[in-house]
Ligand binder design. Structure first.
Ligand code: PNS
Length: 163
């Protein structure tokens, strides 16, 4: 049984995240999309909303039989992975700029839990500039981001902005 976690803030879920799920899920029997409950940040969506959105969108993603689930977590990613008996942490790399941060996290996570490997996947080049932060910024300022986030996310973002 090969179980992985795909941790992130997912505020909000983007098509870049879905691309990484689509590419990585077939490598595992099970994958938990692990949504960080980060008390320090002021997210656009609550952790419950983020989980709900991912649960709604996941059935449309082809995962080649990999059993998908969504859970929120607090604290350290490495500890959550261990608690869930996962053997891998999946992360996507978009561009060179991601590498240093991801390397530091992977090495720290390995120090914390040597039995858990971080598996990196290269995001599709069409998503190389897509980040949740950029999506929120452009959307809030009235720019078009269709095709870069799932439709349901755009609807929910509009709901947040229009109140
Ligand atoms: O989607 P993001 O914001 O790039 O995800 C970052 C995330 C959630 C993977 C990272 O911030 C994280 O692992 N946070 C949990 C706390 C933790 O484990 N910190 C030490 C990482 S070495």
């Amino acid at each position: 049984m090969r179980r992985s976690i795909f941790p992130g803030s997912f505020d909000p879920l983007t098509n870049g995240h879905l691309d990484i799920i689509r590419r990585s899920a077939p490598l595992f029997d099970e994958m938990i999309v692990a949504v960080l409950n980060n008390a320090d940040k002021r997210p656009m969506f609550s952790v419950e909303e983020r989980c709900e959105i991912i649960r709604e969108v996941l059935p449309s993603v082809e995962t080649d039989g990999c059993r998908m689930s969504v859970e929120s977590f607090s604290g350290l990613t490495a500890h959550f992975a261990k608690e869930k008996k996962a053997t891998a942490i999946v992360r996507g790399i978009r561009a060179v700029a991601d590498y240093e941060y991801e390397l530091r996290m992977a090495l720290m996570n390995r120090r914390l839990e040597p039995s858990i490997e971080t598996v990196f996947l290269m995001a599709g080049e069409e998503f190389s500039y897509v980040s949740s932060t950029l999506m929120k910024q452009v959307f809030e300022l009235g720019g078009k981001i269709d095709g870069l986030i799932p439709e349901i996310v755009e609807t929910k973002m509009r709901g947040k902005i229009e109140g």
